[in-house]
Design a protein around this ligand. Structure first.
Ligand code: ADP
Ligand code: ADP
Length: 223
């Protein structure tokens, strides 16, 4: 069955068409890659999916529900890890995760928070503020934040851009495990090797268009 269905979706910024008639189906449980150079439209597509960017036309469903008419419900099915790292500096790591849980109406999920802190090696940073975290720790907190409400579909926008090899490998391992647990994963990247290493199926994006969608194996054989 289908996790995400995108139909005839367009988005322009002034004269620049960032998304041009996008059609895409992502299956439940799939590890899906959006591969393309900077400026291809990957972040815009993720923004539209998550409701942060307003599409000009087209329709998108998440687990069969339209994202506009079922905004809250579809939002709850998605865990989006954005590319830019921003945190409120006044809250500790734990508070950041608690407050974010609150947005989803979740009151007591301290067990889930402890589990995420542990899994992402942030347990000993739980009571400090984001200003005291390294870049890698911030990136891990961003992932924890996207997972506090236990979403069905996890979207990672260039999660390893500017990340050192060690952290990259541990993030990959973590995301592979989420997929093994049955989560649908969508990952944007401009690294072919990253898409190859992780994804079952890959859409190649360029200049706002999806140029090709195929399994990793078929794409590699066609290069
Ligand atoms: P990259 O993908 O190389 O990290 P982006 O092109 O996605 O960089 O841009 C990063 C951010 O800047 C995005 O959030 C986007 O909304 C914003 N942005 C990008 N290009 C423009 C632009 N021409 N005008 C205004 N904002 C822009
Ligand atoms: P990618 O994530 O693949 O790098 P983006 O979706 O960030 O691509 O950007 C697609 C195009 O849209 C780029 O040319 C970018 O400069 C432009 N763009 C992105 N966000 C904005 C924005 N807020 N305002 C104007 N142009 C933007």
């Amino acid at each position: 069955s289908t996790a995400i269905k995108i139909r005839n979706t367009n988005k322009s910024y002034g004269h620049l068409q960032a998304l041009s008639d996008i059609n895409l189906d992502i299956k439940k449980g799939e590890f899906f890659g959006l591969l393309g150079p900077n400026g291809a439209g990957k972040s815009t597509l993720i923004g539209v999916l998550g409701g942060l960017v307003k599409k000009d036309s087209g329709s998108i469903t998440v687990l069969g529900k339209d994202i506009i008419s079922n905004y809250r419900e579809t939002k709850k099915s998605l865990g989006i890890v954005p590319q830019e790292i921003t945190f409120d500096p006044y809250f500790t790591v734990r508070e950041t995760l608690k407050i974010h849980s609150g947005y989803f109406g979740i009151k007591d999920n301290s067990e889930k928070i402890d589990e995420l802190l542990e899994a992402l090696s942030l347990t000993d940073k739980a009571e400090i503020g984001p200003r005291e975290l390294s870049g890698g720790m911030k990136r891990r907190l961003l992932i924890a934040k996207a997972l506090v409400h236990d979403p069905e579909i996890i979207v990672l926008d260039e999660p390893t851009a500017g990340v050192d090899v060690e952290l990259r490998n541990s993030l990959w391992e973590y995301v592979i495990n989420l997929n093994k647990q049955g989560k649908t994963i969508i990952l944007t990247t401009h690294y072919l090797e990253e898409a190859e290493a992780l994804c079952d199926r890959i859409a190649i994006m360029n200049k706002g268009k999806i140029v090709k969608v195929d399994t990793k194996e078929n794409l590699i054989n066609s290069i």
